[in-house]
Design a protein. Sequence first.
Length: 458
Amino acid sequence: MLSRAAEYSVDTFFFMGGFLACFGTILDEISRGNLDGRFSFATYWRNLVLRYTRLTPVYVFTMFAYMKLMPFMGSGPFYEAAQGIAVKEAECRYWWTNILYLNDLVPYGPEGGLKGCVGWSWYLANDMQFFLLVLPCVCVYLKTQGRWVSYLPPVALIVIQLASTWWTMTAYDIRGSFDTDYNAYLYVKPWCRVSPYAVGIIFALWHHSRLAQKKQWKLSSHLFHGLPPFLVALIAFAVLLVIGFAPYYQLRCEADDPKTDCNVFGGFIVYGAVVAKNWSHGEVTAYFVLTYLGWGIAVGLVFMYLFSGRGGVVHSLFSMQSLVPLARLSYSVYLVHIPIIQYMFTTSTRPLYVSKQSQLTMTVAVVVVAYVVSLLLYLVVERPAMSVISILLRRLGIVAPPEQAAPPSSSSSSSTMTGSSSAATSTSGGSSEDLNRGGEAIASDGQLRQPLLVRGSH
């Protein structure tokens, strides 16, 4: 409970999604010989089909188990009220929006978003919608030879986020993340969350342009006026801490305020001691308008610091090949962790006391159980589905046979059927050296003698 702004961890994944999807798409387009940025609806459709078929099978299976099986899997004083058949039927009236990745938009309002079927999957809907924008951004980048104009599309997305978040906060008089309208109209809406994804796209374009010029990362040059790279990364980390802990001073937990749920006893106990009720609505609005963008930029600077070969133990940790198997299971872990938490709490027959020890024990238990369940899902559902769909897509001509397919880039650990487009949701198994080597291999290819020798520096 000490990390009130843990919700911003989602924006870290949005940044990673934008970076990996964009970087992988660049390599994919170059390997296909599209060096002048021609937009192809056939390629656009292919990427969308690959991504949809990669994500959906295990997602639908998890949703079915959550709707139809979970009500019969446990018992306890709170289980029927929280996990009963009637509850699931009420939550999942619009289950079809999940399959279409529209559950962040339909139904629009308090009944949608987090309160919909498998409510935490709003992230998948956002991510799928953002992915639709990646190929156009890459085509602009290739067509303009990496000039500054190529950064305008993702910058436009950032402007949309800033404007739409300000309008939403003002129109619905949202005063904080505990406001009932916050989750319904801001937290899950793609136009209010696109900035970190767009920042990921910008950093991917920037990273590839530097690699195409065979230039090493120098964080101290141009943008930072000679600041040491370590200081740049330290400032970025400090920004993350400020964004993370600032909400302690804007929560309005007043018992007579109908727009918050802080009037409950638990809310007062957890937040009452650290709340300073002195933020104006304008200050709260500025915080939510700017922090999604600020978080994405700060995470990007930390990533670039690691890509430059620095980072010591952290760099070595993130480059460990032993983490690849865990990365392959991360998508399923994301899908099942909430039902596991719900099951553990609603089947408990004893009071749960909050302490450091109990929270640590619960966290370890959830992580271990989530990975065990995810391993079973991967072996029984995800991997077989990937194999069957891969065969079908090859027979339909959407994916080339292995002997005809382009060599897979080292920026993605996915199989042939997933393509580079699937790297945006599940964590890539590659290290920062993989991304650097991938760029250098492309830059040294004979097809790239001129196309990405970027004029000017970025």
